[in-house]
Design a protein around this ligand. Structure first.
Ligand SMILES: NC(=O)c1ccc[n+]([C@@H]2O[C@H](COP(=O)([O-])OP(=O)(O)OC[C@H]3O[C@@H](n4cnc5c(N)ncnc54)[C@H](OP(=O)(O)O)[C@@H]3O)[C@@H](O)[C@H]2O)c1
Length: 329
């Protein structure tokens, strides 16, 4: 078989370099399923990995890309055979194991999820890790007893990948959504996704008192730091706050008051090691509960060679919505 293209990260005097290279199948790590990759996507974590701004990659050379969708070419595992369409997000792929920024990948069968029936491959990458995480947050809100009747939901980093999909899903399910953004120019985009109120990021990042006026039945927080602390202080009695990101920082300058006086629940959400069964449920729900027209607005498509530029942009908070990487463009 011929050569194929991959984005390869290396280290040069402590700095991460990224270049599109020609590889052979024999260069791939030894795992039990060979997948021809159609699309990958760009998440915040990919941005940190490709630019080297975050300590995501510890072993070089590395093919990054934490998401991918493709077709099985060979499988030594009974669960998959040639021709099966599969999706992969997380499990440390694109961090500790070679990932989706390549036309071929060798993967563990345990990491794969069959393409949900009726879902176009490209749609899975329009959604990607970010969208899957948004759905896991929505599921956590529901499990905490939050319904559209409970009251408004606040979403931070709303114009980003996780935030955009969260706004669209929640609005589609009938929730009233308040969107926090640092980019006022995204207001019409966020309103088109279903946000009914736009909140200024800088104001929401102002340090809050231990308890503020109650405003939110629930939250999807991608920011952390003072924004998460303010959301907790503003959460309703019995409110559920899901925390999945650190776009502001990993800090949480809060107090116990929302928990002990308002019965507020702070629920962590992780997509990377999320069990396969829960992923399947989330993907199935994304098929039916993420409004079809929303994704056209949310996602743009780029080529593999564009990834380093976009990695820089996403880490500077300049990417709106989701970015799909077309491995055949
Ligand atoms: N737990 C998990 O499994 C999981 C999975 C996926 C992602 N994440 C995390 O979730 C976060 C969002 O990921 P993503 O892929 O959606 O990234 P993204 O597309 O870059 O979105 C992040 C958004 O956060 C906002 N933001 C940027 N800088 C900020 C700051 N200093 N303070 C507050 N908000 C800021 C921006 O939205 P506005 O312009 O609208 O303000 C930006 O678009 C990241 O921290 C990522 O690591 C976690």
């Amino acid at each position: 078989m011929g050569m194929f293209k991959a984005l390869v990260l290396n280290q040069d005097e402590g700095k991460t370099t990224a270049a599109v290279e020609e590889l052979a199948l024999t260069d791939l790590p030894d795992e039990n399923v060979l997948v021809k990759v159609d699309y990958s996507s760009l998440n915040y974590k990919d941005g940190l990995a490709v630019t080297g701004k975050g300590k995501i990659i510890r072993k070089f050379p590395m093919v990054p890309g934490i998401d991918m969708v493709g077709t099985v070419e060979e499988s030594a595992d009974d669960r998959y055979s040639a021709g099966d369409k599969v999706v992969l997000t997380g499990w440390g792929v694109g961090e500790n194991f070679w990932g989706g920024y390549a036309q071929y990948a060798r993967l563990k069968a345990d990491w794969l999820v069959p393409l949900p029936e009726g879902m176009e491959p490209i749609r899975t990458m329009q959604i990607g890790t970010a969208g899957l995480t948004a759905m896991l947050c929505v599921m956590a809100l529901e499990e905490g007893g939050v319904t559209p009747e409970s009251g408004p939901i606040v979403v931070s980093g709303a114009a980003g990948g996780v935030g955009s999909v969260a706004v669209a899903i929640l609005a589609g399910l009938g929730y009233k959504v308040s969107a926090i953004t640092g980019r006022p120019e995204t207001e019409s985009y966020l309103r088109a996704l279903g946000a009914s109120e736009i909140l200024n990021r800088a104001e929401m990042a102002e340090p809050a008192r231990p308890l503020e006026k109650q405003k939110w039945a629930g939250a999807v927080d991608t920011a952390g730091d003072t924004i998460l602390a303010r959301i907790l202080a503003e959460a309703d009695y019995n409110g559920v706050v899901t925390a999945c990101g650190l776009a502001a920082s990993f800090k949480l300058p809060s107090t116990v008051m929302p928990f002990i006086l308002r019965n507020v629940r702070l629920q962590g959400v992780d997509s990377v090691m999320c069990p396969t069964e829960r992923r399947r449920v989330a993907w199935q729900r994304l098929l039916t509960q993420l409004p079809e027209n929303a994704l056209g607005d949310i996602a743009q498509i780029i080529a593999l060679s564009d990834v380093p530029d976009y990695a820089e942009k996403i880490t500077n908070g300049q990417v709106k919505g989701r970015v799909v990487v077309d491995l055949n463009a």
